[in-house]
Ligand binder design. Structure first.
Ligand code: NAD
Length: 261
């Protein structure tokens, strides 16, 4: 039986960890050829081994690049096209959390780096990938926003500003490119158990991060955090033809947490 993403080319930023790695593995299982972008060579290499240990026939290109650099962005897009000739799917996903501080105490250099990575990184990715997809007259893009792209999160104003920016540009790109056969959506995960969220629990309760996690989970209707594979399945759906009339949407994946207060 033909796999749903057979032969498709998927470019994934932040593909060496968390949501990006889970999505790379899921798409590889479903037949896609993968290019993953991250900042560290050794972690990219480990991620490649991890994907291949799950999917022995997977084709995985690793590209070391900083998404907050426009020059590096052009480099990772060019490297993907050189290897695979095209880009069918772009998971524009790399991001950092930044600090949990009120604005009066927030270090402005860190603030700027959150905006540079989470927002400008997404913008640069769109600029260079859409150029490729326009030439192909086809492509599908999923940006990673957050429930923090739809609501406020106390003491995380840099993150929330960056993710609201991602939500905004997603809607714009979707409107501007839908008639060119380029479909753009965003995912808005809640708390999904990845290294980033584990780090956040350490910031909330340095002595007892497990306690912070338990408290967080207790407030979720499902009484648990999400796992990266649950996000990967949604991204796979958004890349597939099954979601062909979903355009410019913010898809919340949070166990229903953002419905309640
Ligand atoms: P993670 O820390 O496991 O992964 C983040 C990835 O981004 C890593 O691979 C890292 O190398 C990469 N990255 C960071 N800065 C980069 C840069 N400058 N250049 C290149 N790569 C860079 O965290 P995650 O939870 O998998 O996060 C992935 C995305 O999901 C982020 O955008 C994050 O904001 C978003 N998100 C996560 C959650 C969650 O609960 N885990 C919730 C909402 C949104």
């Amino acid at each position: 039986m033909t796999k749903i993403h057979e032969g498709k080319i998927a470019l994934i930023t932040g593909g060496n960890s968390g949501l990006g790695l889970a999505t790379a593995t899921t798409l590889a299982k479903e037949g896609a050829k993968i290019a993953i972008v991250g900042r560290k060579e050794d972690s990219l290499q480990k991620a490649k081994e991890n994907i291949i240990s799950n999917v022995p026939k997977a084709e995985v290109l690793i590209i070391k690049a900083d998404v907050s650099s426009e020059k590096d962005t052009k480099k990772y897009v060019d490297a993907t096209v050189k290897e695979y000739s095209r880009i069918d799917y772009f998971f524009n996903n790399a991001g950092i959390e930044g600090l949990q501080e009120p604005i009066t105490k927030y270090d402005m250099d860190v603030y700027r780096s959150v905006i540079d990575i989470n927002l400008m990184g997404v913008v640069y990715g769109l600029k260079y990938v859409i150029e490729v997809m326009e030439k192909q007259a086809k492509g599908t893009i999923v940006n990673t926003s957050s429930v923090g792209g739809l609501r406020g999160v106390v003491n995380q104003s840099a993150y929330v500003a960056s993710k609201h920016g991602v939500a905004g540009i997603t809607k714009n790109m979707a409107s501007e490119y839908a008639d060119k056969n380029i479909r753009v959506n965003a995912i808005c995960p809640g708390a999904i158990k990845t290294p980033m969220v584990e780090q956040a629990f350490k910031m909330m309760n340095p002595e007892n991060p497990e306690q912070a996690e338990r408290e967080f989970a207790a407030n979720n209707p499902t009484k648990r955090l999400g796992v990266p594979e649950e996000v990967a399945d949604v991204v796979s759906f958004l890349f597939s033809e099954k979601s062909r009339y979903i355009v410019g949407q913010m898809i919340v994946i949070d166990g229903g947490q953002s419905n309640q207060y």
